[in-house]
Design a protein around this ligand. Structure first.
Ligand code: UDX
Ligand code: ADP
Length: 468
């Protein structure tokens, strides 16, 4: 079975970059990425490549090579499904907000809608590939929906595969071009072979792992749970370092040289964000409770609890260091994205920290090289305000600044919340004169050179640094 046409439903952070790289590496396959969101599709089709809806280093070049040749973006979902041999489902699966499993279970309404749409529009034999991270046994739901239509019209047939995406935002193109592994779960060997053949255009065969559907789905949840657990572990030790006088970076280096532990994912910070870690752990917790595994559920839930605590802890210590009150004080927030090199703010630690400080009545001046004002407004559930009056009426407010200097002007403190490259090389002496003294720098990502900050006459707090 040779795949000639692919349809990917969902033109988001996963679907867009993944299909762009497949198109780039497989010029003989026609790929169409479809979405219900017309504005998003228009942005993917924009002639100005800086307007792509997803910011990822290197994505513009990949899109420039493939778009219009064998990579297309469209809202014609049914037509694209009908002509495809393979359909990727790459839609959002956020945590449910209400109803059964609210706050923990993944909301599968978009996945189910896709399955029904594929069932209605597909022709001939169609391989349906789960790309979104899904609860274990979701493939069974998709299969059941597809099989119901197959009975109605035997000329159509379906196979379902799980092919979770392990890319991390900010390094998506590198991760897609040279992944540690590709995972394909399923029971239909010819469908697995067909998908493996696509990846074999640029990935060594030994890196393409084959498992059952259920193992594949659970491997993705488990990988994210383990990674998030590492971050909560190092963040817990960071707090202990601050209390005990040790330095978390020295501890991380010392333990990371143990080959069983390894050096990656040991950066203490303001807690993990992103669309996956919290959602996937909460989903795992929900499933464990469902199967009566309460101790297992509690174990994984503590990873999220510690992450939320870390974010509140940082907001609290900012207030404490600023004489116990930030009401009416101007605070410069550097970085709003959940990590560097992305415009994504989903579950960004900046959201919880900023909300806590707004609650305390602070005036936040926010800077991020890639996040738009409208996005910050949605995340904080608050419109931006001008800071004409410095009244101590207790109500917090925020505005977005175009430059770092403008952000810092008149501020009592700078909070570095995202590790953008340009925040590593700030000219501290020229920023210090713009601030109200005594002024603080809170470096939650440990990106500054402490001696430079102190030489500029600024007070410094650094994550996991017991010396400060
Ligand atoms: C993650 C997984 O890495 C990826 O495999 C999966 O497909 C999706 O979820 P992503 O959320 O895009 O990717 O980014 P990642 O680099 O994993 O970072 C997640 C969060 O952890 C960020 O907020 C980041 O700042 C934080 N982090 C990461 C740390 O605080 N310390 C670290 O050492 C590493
Ligand atoms: P991810 O990070 O998993 O890629 P995103 O939220 O960035 O998630 O993207 C998911 C995309 O899927 C959104 O652009 C959304 O409009 C799209 N989508 C959701 N449901 C459907 C559907 N039934 N048909 C087409 N597109 C859909």
């Amino acid at each position: 079975m040779k795949i000639k046409r692919i349809c990917c439903i969902g033109a988001g952070y996963v679907g867009g970059p993944t299909m762009a790289v497949i198109a780039d590496r497989c010029p003989t396959i026609q790929l169409t990425v479809v979405d219900v969101n017309q504005a998003r599709i228009d942005a993917w089709n924009a002639s100005d490549l800086t307007q792509l809806p997803v910011y990822e280093p290197g994505l513009d070049a990949v899109v420039a090579r493939a778009r219009g040749r064998n990579l297309h973006f469209s809202t014609a979902i049914d037509a694209s499904i009908a002509s495809a041999d393979m359909v990727f489902i790459s839609v959002n699966t956020p945590t449910k907000r209400k109803g059964l499993g609210a706050g923990q279970a993944s909301d599968l309404r978009w996945v189910e809608a896709c399955a029904r749409q594929v069932a209605a529009a597909a022709k001939g034999h169609t391989i349906v590939v789960e790309k979104s991270t899904l609860p274990v046994r979701t493939a069974a739901v998709i299969k059941t929906i597809l099989e119901a239509t197959q009975k109605e019209d035997p000329r159509r047939s379906f196979a379902v595969l799980s092919n979770p995406e392990f890319l991390a935002e900010g390094t998506a193109i590198d991760d897609l071009e040279s992944p540690d592994r590709v995972l394909i779960g399923g029971d239909d060997v010819s469908s697995i072979d067909a998908l493996a053949e696509i990846y074999s255009h640029w990935i060594a065969t030994e890196k393409i792992l084959r498992t059952s559907l259920w193992s594949s789905e659970l491997s993705k949840l488990t990988a994210n749970a383990f990674l998030a657990q590492r971050i909560s572990s190092i963040n817990s030790i960071a707090a202990f370092c601050e209390a005990s006088g040790a330095d978390v970076r020295e501890v991380a280096r010392a333990i990371g040289t143990d080959s069983r532990i390894g050096p990656k994912f040991l950066n203490a910070g303001p807690g993990f964000g992103g669309s996956c870690f919290q959602k996937d752990i909460l989903n795992l917790v929900y499933l464990c409770r469902h199967f009566g595994l309460l101790e297992v559920a509690n174990y994984w839930e503590s990873v999220v609890t510690l992450n939320i605590w870390q974010q509140h802890r940082i907001a609290c210590l900012v207030v404490e260091k600023l004489f116990g009150t930030v009401t009416g004080k101007r605070l410069a927030i550097l970085g709003f994205a959940f990590k560097a090199n992305t415009n994504d703010t989903r579950e960004a630690p900046a959201i919880r920290i900023a909300r806590d400080l707004l609650e305390e009545g602070a005036k936040l001046s926010i800077h991020d090289p890639k996040v738009a004002e409208a996005q910050i407004s949605r995340d904080l559930r608050l419109k931006p305000t001008a800071f004409a009056t410095e009244a101590l009426n207790g109500s917090g407010g925020w505005s977005q600044a175009a430059s770092i200097e403008e952000t810092v002007e008149g501020a009592d403190a700078i909070l570095i919340l995202t590790e953008w490259q340009n925040y590593r090389y700030l000219n501290w002496s020229s920023l210090a004169v713009l601030m109200r003294q005594p002024a603080w720098v809170f470096d939650t990502r440990a990106v500054v050179e402490p001696a430079d900050v102190r030489a500029a006459g600024l007070k410094l707090w650094r994550i996991g640094d017991g010396e400060d």
